[in-house]
Design a protein around this ligand. Sequence first.
Ligand code: PHE
Length: 366
Amino acid sequence: RLAAALAAIGEAGDADALEAQRIAALGKQGWISAALKTLGAMTPEQRQAEGPRIQGMRAAVGEAIDNRKAALEKADLEQRLAAEVIDLTLPAPEMPKGSVHPVSQVMDELAEIFADMGFSVATGPEIEDDWHNFTALNMPESHPARAMHDTFYFPQDANEALDSAPNGSETAPGSAAAGRQKRMLLRTHTSPVQIRSMVKHGAPLRIIAPGRVYRSDSDATHTPMFHQVEGLVIDRDIHLGHLKWTLETFLKAFFERDDIVLRLRPSYFPFTEPSVEVDVGFALENGRRVLGGDGDAPGHGWMELLGSGMVNRRVIEFAGLDPDQWQGFAFGVGVDRLAMLKYGMDDLRAFFDGDARWLAHYGFNA
Ligand code: PHE
């Protein structure tokens, strides 16, 4: 019986056949189990002889099953290795290639251009508090300029959980006004990074701060999220001439044209005084606006490009510096707008659709 069982185990062709053999011998109804049950009815002498014999058979069958199982698994693995060989000589399927998004590309270019002028890159949080986004930028609570920002605020109860008491706040701690200044929002511009940089690093300072900003606004030229780059220089004896030179140098490098002409127009921002809006001259070529040249020349015009000005004394004070010692200029420009102008793109919304065909159309699939 044992010899027949061992032979059948040795010939089991797969795991199921092997399992059937195990059940036939060692299962509840198996012949070894049955043999073990006969021990109970034997005399002690018989049991002494039969017990070890039956246990020996049980061990032999168990070992044969383990061996066969290992052999079957090995054969199975070898067969799979042989079947699943990869043919490295086959041509690979063509995969679409990714590329750097134009917005990221422009931000990289800006960082590079300004690095040459001694600016470093600063960042700040996109979830900002009211104090950094408005109050410290000389926009107290009742300031009408706040209404122009279409701010996304966080619900009040979410705010109670978040608290980072703004330093330098002018209101008494714990007061209702102090609570409102801690109110969290999605920053509406990169200007709060001006405050954070001055508070953290003091003066002198030369930074640009590229990043995402948010306003509740949406059409062909506005998306609720867009990108700005902020510039800030704080030093002694800084004046508007430095601002104009810096912007001119930057725009010539960015648009790779020497004939960029700027026009500074008086404007108003609460955080700069005086404030200047900067326009850039363009020429019409086949109905398309091409930057460069004097906007007042025949066939030319001016395009509004960015906001800037001398940093308001109040802002320098809010950031903890002495405005009698330190002056500076600041500017803020839309990165998406710069990208549209440089690459001739006309719909801002396409920037954020994630359609690879759009990127390819503008050559961003290198
Ligand atoms: N923060 C302003 C805006 O978003 C731009 C600006 C920045 C103007 C710095 C002046 C100085 O419109």
